[in-house]
Design a protein around this ligand. Structure first.
Ligand code: GUN
Length: 290
C-alpha cells in the first residue's frame, strides 16, 4: 500500500506556482489576486478561507478577504459580487459555501463572472467541463485528477466508482473520470443515497472515490483488493484522546481499508490540501487568461 501524499504533492505544486509568480514579477506583469467572500461564523468555512488566504501568501499571490455578518441581505451580497466582477485588480474570487439559509446560493453563484469563477461552480463552467471544453475545473476534482496523474496511476479502462453526487465533487468527478484524457477513460458508476447496494458497487471499483461526508462510511468489506481509494471526506468526530476532544477523519475507515489498497489518500494530509492548491492553480490560470 502506498499513500497518495497530498502534503508532499501540494508543496511541489505550490513551489511551481511560486516560480511562475516570480517570472510574472520579473516580466513586470501583474501578480495574481484572489478574493474570498466569507459570510457568517461557520467555523469550518472560516478555517477553509483562512487556509486559502495563507496559501496565497505562500506562493506570492495577493489576496483580498471580504468578511460579512450572517445577516447580510442577498442584495448586499450580490452587490459585492458585482464589484468584484468589475474590479480589474481581482483575477478570481470565491464565495465560500454554505451561505445562510435566506440567501439563494445558485443566484449568487450565477452572478459571478465565469471568467473569474475560480471555484468552477458557475453553470457555464460546469457545462463546459461536461463537454470537455477549456474551463475552470472545481478545485477538489482537479486536485484528485492531479494526484492520479502525478503518481502515474493508470485509469484507462478501469472501473471507477464515485460515491456522492454533489455539484462540487461527486458529479464533476464522475464526468472527469469518464472523459477522454491522460487521467480518465474509466467506466464510471456514480453511487448515492438511493443506490440499491452501495457495498456491491464499491467492491467492483478499481478506483473508489468517496465524497459522501459521512465518517468512516467505506468499510474494508466494500473495497476490492488492490483498489485505489481516494477519500474526499473531512469529518470532525469526537475523540477523547485528543486535547481538543475532536479529530478529523475521512469517509473511509482508513485503518481497516488501507491494507487492502494499492494506493490510498490519508485524512488529513490528502485531498484537502490539494483542493486549496488547485484553487491557486485556477487563480493563476485566470490571471494569465486576462
Ligand atoms: N464549501 C466547501 N467547499 C467549498 C469550495 O471548494 N469552495 C467554496 N466556495 N465553498 C466551499
Amino acid at each position: 500500500m502506498q499513500l497518495l501524499d497530498g502534503k508532499y504533492l501540494s508543496k511541489i505544486i505550490k513551489a511551481e506556482i511560486a516560480e511562475e509568480v516570480s517570472e510574472l514579477k520579473n516580466q513586470g506583469k501583474k501578480i495574481p489576486n484572489l478574493a474570498a467572500i466569507l459570510v457568517g461564523e461557520n467555523p469550518a468555512s472560516a478555517a477553509y478561507v483562512k487556509s486559502k488566504i495563507k496559501s496565497c501568501e505562500q506562493v506570492g499571490f495577493k489576496s483580498t478577504m471580504i468578511k460579512r455578518e450572517a445577516t447580510i441581505t442577498e442584495e448586499e451580497l450580490l452587490e459585492i459580487v458585482d464589484q468584484l466582477n468589475n474590479d480589474d485588480d481581482i483575477d478570481g474570487f470565491i464565495v465560500q459555501l454554505p451561505l445562510p439559509g435566506h440567501i439563494d446560493e445558485l443566484k449568487v453563484t450565477m452572478a459571478i463572472n465565469p471568467d473569474k469563477d475560480v471555484d468552477g461552480f458557475h453553470p457555464l463552467n460546469f457545462g463546459k467541463l461536461a463537454q470537455g471544453l477549456p474551463c475552470f475545473i472545481p478545485a477538489t476534482p482537479l486536485g484528485i485528477i492531479l494526484m492520479l496523474e502525478r503518481y502515474n496511476i493508470p485509469t484507462a479502462g478501469k472501473k471507477c466508482v464515485v460515491v456522492g453526487r454533489s455539484n462540487i465533487v461527486g458529479t464533476p468527478m464522475s464526468i472527469l473520470m469518464s472523459r477522454k484524457g491522460k487521467v480518465g477513460d474509466c467506466t464510471v458508476t456514480l453511487a448515492h443515497s438511493r443506490t440499491k447496494d452501495i457495498g456491491k458497487e464499491c467492491l467492483e471499483a478499481d478506483i473508489l472515490i468517496a465524497a459522501i461526508g459521512k465518517p468512516h462510511f467505506i468499510k474494508a468489506d466494500m473495497v476490492k483488493e488492490g483498489a485505489v481509494v481516494i477519500d474526499v471526506g473531512i469529518n470532525r468526530i469526537e475523540d477523547e484522546s485528543s486535547p481538543t476532544g475532536t479529530k478529523i477523519v475521512g469517509d473511509v475507515d482508513f485503518d481497516n481499508v488501507a491494507p487492502k489498497c494499492s494506493f490510498i489518500t490519508p485524512v488529513p494530509g490528502g485531498v484537502g490540501l490539494m483542493t486549496v492548491t488547485c484553487l491557486l492553480l485556477n487563480t493563476l490560470k485566470a490571471a494569465k487568461l486576462k
